[in-house]
Ligand binder design. Structure first.
Ligand SMILES: [Cu+2]
Length: 138
């Protein structure tokens, strides 16, 4: 019984601490400044980001299964789960993604000005899952 409680407490703690040190690989064009801004936002939020610069973003997005109508500049992959983060998705929404492994990917389509790496969050940034359904608002 005691053991069961300890295991349950551990599971709860780890689900809250998911962001800390979570490894993400980000593909970005070498000349993309706002992409670098987003990488900094993610690092400041506790993610362990590896940034890979490539001029061939189109084929990477295709390979990773990013729906073309939801495309943005950079594309991130959660190393442990394979979940996809397309564009300027706030760290909050990435944490929400990590908490639900049934969600394949989340996108902030285009280049919204109220997104991390672009500008200030204003409470109206809506991300969508890869089915196009609203996923988060920050
Ligand atoms: Cu961008």
């Amino acid at each position: 019984m005691k053991l069961w409680l300890a295991a349950a407490a551990l599971a709860a703690a780890s689900s809250f601490a998911q962001a800390a040190g979570t490894a993400i690989t980000v593909y970005q064009d070498p000349n993309c400044g706002c992409c670098t801004g987003w990488v900094e936002h993610m690092r400041e939020s506790g993610f362990d980001v590896t940034a890979i610069k490539t001029a061939d973003m189109a084929s990477i997005k295709q390979k990773l299964g990013v729906p073309s109508q939801l495309g943005s500049c950079h594309t991130g992959v959660v190393d442990a789960t394979g979940q996809i983060i397309e564009g300027h998705v706030p760290a909050n929404a990435v944490n929400k993604l990590l908490a639900d492994s049934s969600v394949k990917g989340v996108s902030a389509p285009g280049m919204p000005l109220n997104a991390p790496g672009m500008g200030e969050l204003d409470g109206n940034l809506v991300t969508v899952d890869f089915n196009g359904k609203p996923f988060s608002r920050d």
